[in-house]
Design a protein around this ligand. Structure first.
Ligand SMILES: [Fe+2]
Length: 226
């Protein structure tokens, strides 16, 4: 298996390139439009065939490269069935799998950051989008975000995975690249709560500024970034 974690410094987004060693079939999770040249170069150099682009949710802080990648490579664009964009070609349901040659990703519906947030489980690792970040969790104050739903997604789904499961988030602002479920259970300050109410209180008092790109990014992402 080929696995690459790529970083967009402007939005602090992680993009993941996964490819099978056998058929050289590949997928990209959360690609950023500004980084299109890098993906083209890498797909070319590594000689892999892009079959799927997956967005974990409708992003508000960067524009997806999904539409450009589909134009270039004819790949499918996959998102959760709740995603509002009409340009998506594969609408995933809870527990559905995306299959490459010898690799499968299981879709886990983990709403809360947005209503269309999914995580993707692949063997020993989980791609958590903005649901579970390293030592943080994704904000819940826009795009039908809901702190109670996020509590449920975290405590009744993601944190039930084996403790050694690697956590690969969609963003990091502090230089961290990967964590584990066990590590987050112990050290993530937002997870040291004893009830959904306590969690919602923390989330509802964050008072974060609106993402600067939001008014541009959301409408663009409803058209797969085109
Ligand atoms: Fe997000």
């Amino acid at each position: 298996m080929l696995f690459r974690q790529l970083f967009d410094p402007k939005s602090c987004t992680y993009t993941y390139l996964i490819a099978s060693g056998q058929g050289r079939e590949a997928l990209l999770i959360d690609p950023v439009r500004d980084r299109m040249n890098l993906y083209q170069q890498l797909l070319d150099e590594l000689q892999v065939k892009l079959l799927f682009v997956v967005d974990t949710h409708t992003h508000a802080d960067h524009i997806t490269a999904s539409g450009l990648l589909r134009q270039q490579y004819g790949c499918d664009i996959a998102m959760g069935e709740q995603a509002p964009a009409e340009c998506i070609s594969l609408r995933l349901k809870e527990a559905e799998t995306l299959n490459l040659d010898g690799i499968s990703l299981k879709a886990l519906y983990t709403p809360g950051h947005t209503n269309d947030s999914f995580s993707f489980l692949m063997n020993d690792r989980v791609f958590t989008g903005d649901t579970l970040l390293i030592r943080a969790t994704g904000r819940t104050d826009f795009q039908q975000g809901d702190a109670y739903k996020q509590y449920d997604s975290l405590f009744n789904k993601l944190l039930k995975l084996p403790e050694e499961t690697l956590v690969y988030p969609a963003h990091d602002y502090n230089g961290m690249t990967v964590s584990t479920i066990g590590e987050e259970k112990r050290f993530n300050p937002r997870l040291q709560v004893s009830s959904a109410e306590e969690y919602a209180n923390i989330m509802n008092q964050l008072n974060l500024a609106k993402p600067t790109m939001m008014d541009v990014a959301v409408p663009a992402n409803l058209k797969c970034g085109l």
